[in-house]
Design a protein around this ligand. Structure first.
Ligand SMILES: [Zn+2]
Length: 309
């Protein structure tokens, strides 16, 4: 795969897709203040509609006026708003459709980027369906919970594959431990003919919580990303300990973001970044060889880290 020249004479690219898990007013905003003050624009996902109360992993939805006001402010400042499912628990097709329409009413267009959330039944090509052939069988044997996901199964009440294909441009799948996501997954964004309800897939770098995020964006890794002229999309949950209960932002995170931002990087939201890569390279359609390579690489990563969602 040929090397990409980044726009505006930039040396490398860096962005984040933030899964909204547990984010509620007062527990994540300092993270965004920090990114904004350092000139970074990234992608924050939302759940548009309120779910049932007392669910194990919840968080604010766009039906919370205080939260929505902040999300709109972020959008006004140039952050992208992405989709993390209709709400924080499983939803059947009609609810997902309502969630997408409500998103459009709120923000003027459908979400361009999406990531499956944890164990939602409507997750699309998730669980063992992320893999093919022998690798799918091996995954089932190793178990990783053995849950079943239905977003792409037309016979299921949780089917919404056609809505995903018609409205959403980019969906997250594989993860790497390397800060340079594009080095591990050089085809991204790509179309997988065996998974036709997703228009384009992207991958991410490991960082689901404060500890793993700061480990992945360490000084050494930042310097390597820059030297390689690479590109990173971090996978994270910015409500997972980045801001403490006093409202203070973690010092190590703040220092690392400041250091990274002082470099000659291109810091734009996920869809903006992926549009640019597509425009430079044309559409990428993966074949069986590349699919197998990516799947093997992801399984190895998953075994090393002991579980990635
Ligand atoms: Zn999630």
């Amino acid at each position: 795969m040929e090397k990409i020249s980044w726009p505006e004479g930039k040396t490398f690219a860096f962005t984040v897709f933030d899964d909204t898990d547990r984010a509620t007013p007062g527990n994540f905003e300092r993270v965004y203040d920090c990114l904004r003050d350092n000139g970074m624009r990234t992608t924050k996902s939302v759940w548009p509609i309120r779910g049932s109360p007392n669910h194990k992993v919840g968080g604010a939805t766009c039906e919370d006026p205080e939260y929505l006001a902040y999300i709109r402010e972020l959008r006004g400042d140039g952050f992208e708003i992405g989709f993390h499912g209709a709400t924080y628990h499983s939803s059947e097709r009609a609810t997902i459709a309502r969630g997408l329409e409500y998103f459009r009413d709120l923000f003027g267009s459908y979400p361009r980027t999406m990531a499956n959330h944890a164990s939602l039944a409507e997750n699309i090509y998730w669980g063992d369906a992320r893999l093919s052939g022998n690798r799918r069988r091996a995954y089932k044997l190793l178990n990783f919970r053995g849950l079943c996901f239905h977003g792409h199964r037309e016979e299921s009440p949780y089917f919404w594959g056609d809505l995903c294909r018609d409205h959403i441009d980019y969906v997250r799948n594989f993860i790497t431990g390397d800060l340079n996501t594009l080095k591990s997954y050089p085809c991204m964004p790509y179309y997988d003919p065996e998974r036709p309800f997703v228009k384009q897939w992207f991958s991410s770098s490991e960082g689901p919580d404060l500890h793993s995020f700061t480990r992945t964006i360490s000084e050494e890794n930042q310097d390597r990303l820059e030297a390689e002229g690479g590109a990173c999309i971090m996978y994270t949950h910015f409500a997972a300990g980045f801001q403490d209960t006093n409202g203070d932002l973690n010092r190590r995170f703040k220092d690392l973001v400041k250091r990274l931002a002082s470099k000659n990087g291109w810091f734009v939201p996920v869809a903006t970044f992926l549009d640019y890569v597509r425009q430079q390279r044309g559409e990428q359609v993966i074949d069986a060889t590349e699919r197998a390579r990516m799947e093997r690489q992801w399984i190895k990563h998953k075994i090393r880290t002991g579980g990635v969602s």
